[in-house]
Design a protein around this ligand. Structure first.
Ligand SMILES: [Zn+2]
Length: 334
């Protein structure tokens, strides 16, 4: 490109700056590696995750698994462009039989798990904790809009595996996800000695030409015996993207002293990486005394009466462990 006069040079370059060294917790950082047609999001969770998990006092393996589900939810739900809701749920036959993470755009998170303490054993990975069943992702855009639900089978694999399966089958977008949850122990000084931390990254290949997004691991289908399976060559840019993200260590995802920008720079600096404004996250339940009262009033009179114990009705929110207490009269019991 030739400029018309020496003093009229127009730069088409995006401004370049050094990656910030300041770690930002409880936020999702969107990014782009334009030269490889990659887009992604990086989540770092500190106090918000600790808040959700310590309210329940879960055994460590259950807390870690719920933490992974929370990170996955932030990576998926933060792309919502509306004031909607993204709900991730698992229902399985393992020791952790139920997980739910409720993300309300733009930034509110709440979650809980149901588990059988007697079935927890040393060394169970997330696949063993979950067992078999399914993972459901629901996008709710409000009462006037239709709900979208995506389902994927859980068959002894991890939440990462389930996310890959979902994007391969339902969205057909080449996607890799990494999730990590850790416990931080601090000796001496004031403040809590134990804290939960988590991090995750989602990477997607979104080329302009759709044929470049073909994926190698699609099932070959019902080819007759003796016919070689049709192998699809993956695009070089996506091969490179997957190999870069596979180098991310769990410790890098949760390290409180490594900023998200530095981590992305470490991964993608040779190809050029661009970050966008971070999206903050917070742990906040949406329960209230009024909402619990309305729920009680929606029950059948006999069911309400059965809830009276010691002349009161006590309801505990499963998400945040808040306790709401009513007199029988307030609870609508005659
Ligand atoms: Zn609550």
């Amino acid at each position: 490109m030739t400029s018309q006069s020496p003093d009229m040079k127009i730069s088409l370059e995006t401004p370049v700056r050094a990656p910030s060294a300041v770690p930002v917790d409880d936020a999702v950082l969107p990014f782009e590696v334009a030269s490889l047609d990659l887009r992604g999001r990086l989540t770092r969770l500190g106090p918000a995750l600790d808040d959700v998990l310590t309210k329940h006092d879960y055994p460590a393996p259950v807390g870690k698994l719920l933490g992974e589900a929370i990170v996955l939810t932030t990576l998926l739900g933060s792309s919502l462009k509306f004031d909607g809701r993204f709900i991730l749920q698992t229902q399985t036959d393992g020791p952790v039989s139920f997980l739910i993470v409720d993300f309300q755009a733009p930034d509110r998170l709440r979650a809980y798990a149901r588990y059988d303490a007697k079935r927890l054993k040393e060394g169970q990975d997330s696949g063993a904790l979950l067992g078999k069943g399914h993972l459901a992702m629901t996008i709710d855009q409000g009462p006037d809009m239709s709900r979208y639900q995506g389902l994927v089978a859980l068959d002894g694999g991890s939440l990462e595996d389930a996310a890959h399966e979902y994007f391969l089958r339902s969205e057909q977008i080449p996607t890799r996800v990494r999730l990590a949850v850790g416990e931080e122990w601090r000796g001496g000084g004031a403040g809590p000695k134990h804290r939960w931390r988590a991090g995750g990254v989602l990477l997607q290949f979104l080329p302009k030409a759709p044929e470049r997004a073909r994926q190698a691991d699609l099932h070959p289908g019902d080819a007759p015996e003796g016919v070689a399976a049709h192998t699809v060559a993956e695009d070089d840019a996506w091969i490179e993207g997957q190999s870069l993200i596979s180098t991310v260590e769990d410790i890098e995802l949760i390290d409180p002293d490594l900023s998200g920008e530095r981590l992305l720079y470490r991964l993608f600096h040779e190809r050029g990486v661009r970050v966008f404004a971070p999206l903050p996250l917070r742990a906040q339940c949406s329960c209230s005394r009024d909402a619990v009262s309305a729920m009680l009033k929606s029950f059948a009179p006999d069911d309400r009466a059965a809830m009276v114990k010691d002349d009161k009705v006590v309801v505990t929110c499963e998400f945040c462990s808040s306790v709401y207490q009513f007199t029988p009269h307030e609870a609508g019991v005659e």
